[in-house]
Design a protein around this ligand. Structure first.
Ligand code: PMP
Length: 467
């Protein structure tokens, strides 16, 4: 492991924190509270570990923000960026021009994705990808002579980004409460969260999966089938708390989309590039999407890149339209981002990471995670590939939750941070999505940390008289 680069040690932690508080408005943050507390300054990383400015080594069980699929410190990605920056740091894809990295990446994405995908539209983020989805879906139906088909159905507690359209497609009530969202023409159905909705109703997971999928049909009938353009969902909800739907859910969603001829959009921003043990989450869930949004894992987060894989049905309509699709970004097909993505996907192939997740570390994580169910605080655990969730509850037998104002998830997250583990809290659901390069030995290390942090949380709650 290298020593800290000069820049990190150029200032003390307190100096970094003061400058941070003085000038940097962080995403999804209470800025006043952070300024008082001081940010954790992360200075370097290697493999599945990060280090902060105080020299603490931390196991990053969230892959940064669900993106560092190939782990930190991959030299082939660094080299690809440096080479491309020297040769051609930028050229656009407007005005009938193209660049070799963008062309090669489009070709490689067509190879690794399901057969209906031969075309790609590039953006710089997942949010821009989902904004592109909204415009592309509506353009598609206009071209079909059905301009009244503009309503897109998403899900409560789904996450599709933070731009106006991305946040509207998503179903995060806190986001909708700020800035006049959702934009018109977007409707939400309830999420397929068995622990929250199916278990209290006494349904088995599989029965609940069908019930939850039929909420889509109810919404289509309420809106009017001739007005519905598309349904969008994450194969496994990520930011919503790693909610793995029952296996009956997605096939039923697919059947309903087919029945009414509406487009199915799979948001693969988290699930893409091996996370679920297939290249894309839709393959794990048994869907045939018309569009797939991607970002994050396409470059392992080393540089920003996102986009939309466009299935034949929509691509052919756009190609045969005879007029421009009036949409695009300066950085659509950015050559450096595309060169890094090419190196990253080739690395995923070279290291057999998709098989590694499907056949080895995914099943091993599932086996080890199931052990957590015995813990007094744990109501349920779920995994899918290399994503996992642990639901903390006040009463195991009834599944009764803690009062939300106690913020038990945040208490647990505090113990994780303090003990060398990054685990995220979504309410009282503790979640992980470690880099795909993780080994069985490192999963053992991760599990030891999780168990320790759950025990510390339990002691803490008992001391506070909350448990
Ligand atoms: N879709 C999903 C499923 C995501 O998880 C995210 C980001 N967490 C986005 C879209 C938005 O991506 P970005 O932050 O790159 O705009």
């Amino acid at each position: 492991v290298q020593t800290s680069p000069a820049r990190a040690s150029a200032r003390s932690t307190r100096e970094w924190q003061a400058a941070d508080a003085a000038h940097f408005l962080h995403p999804f943050t209470d800025h006043g509270a952070l300024a008082k507390k001081g940010a954790r300054i992360v200075t370097r990383a290697e493999n599945i570990y990060i280090w902060d400015s105080e020299g603490h080594k931390i196991l990053d069980a969230m892959s940064g923000l669900w993106c560092v699929n190939t782990g930190y410190g991959q030299q082939s990605l660094v080299d690809a960026a440096a080479r491309q920056m020297q040769e051609l740091p930028f050229y656009n894809a407007f005005f009938q021009t193209s660049t070799p990295p963008a062309i090669e990446l489009a070709e490689l994405l067509a190879q690794v994705s399901p057969p209906q995908f031969k075309h790609v539209f590039f953006t710089s983020s997942g949010s821009e990808g989902n904004d592109t989805v909204v415009r592309m879906v509506r353009r598609y139906w206009d071209l079909q002579g059905q301009p009244e088909r503009h309503v897109i159905i998403g899900r409560r507690n789904g996450y599709h980004g933070s731009t106006m359209a991305g946040a509207s497609l998503g179903g995060m009530s806190g986001m909708h409460a700020q800035g006049g969202l959702p934009i018109p023409g977007i409707v939400h159905i309830e999420q397929p969260h068995w622990y929250l909705h199916g278990r209290p109703a006494g349904q088995s997971r599989d029965e609940f999966g069908i019930t939850a999928a039929r909420w889509l049909e109810e919404a289509i009938l309420a809106v009017g089938p001739s007005k519905v353009a598309a349904f969008i969902g994450e194969p496994v909800q990520g930011a919503g708390g790693v909610i793995v739907p029952p296996s009956t859910y997605w096939p039923e969603i697919q059947r309903i989309c087919d029945k009414y001829g509406i487009l199915l959009v799979s948001d693969e921003v988290i699930c893409g590039f091996g996370r679920t043990g297939q290249w894309f989450g839709g393959e794990t869930m048994g869907t045939r999407p018309d569009l797939m949004t991607f970002a994050k894992g396409v470059t392992s987060g080393y540089v920003p890149l996102g986009g939309v894989l466009v299935g034949e049905r929509v691509a052919n309509a756009l190609i045969e339209a005879g007029t421009d699709f009036e949409h695009g970004f300066t950085y659509s097909g950015h050559p450096v981002a595309c060169a890094v993505a090419l190196a990253n996907i080739r690395l995923i192939q070279r290291l057999n990471l998709v098989e590694h997740v499907r056949q080895d570390v995914g099943p091993y994580l599932a086996e080890r995670f199931a052990e957590l169910s015995a813990h007094p605080l744990v109501g349920e655990t779920q995994t899918c590939g290399l994503m996992g969730a642990v639901q903390l509850v006040k009463d195991k037998a009834s599944g009764a939750p803690f009062a939300s104002e106690l913020s038990v998830g945040m208490v647990c997250r505090g113990h994780c941070f303090g003990n060398g583990l990054i685990m995220r809290a979504v309410g009282d659901r503790m979640i992980i999505a470690p880099p795909l390069v993780i080994s069985r030995g490192q999963i053992d290390e991760l599990m030891q940390l999780i168990k320790r942090c759950l025990d510390l949380t339990l002691d803490d709650l008992r001391q506070r008289g909350w448990f």
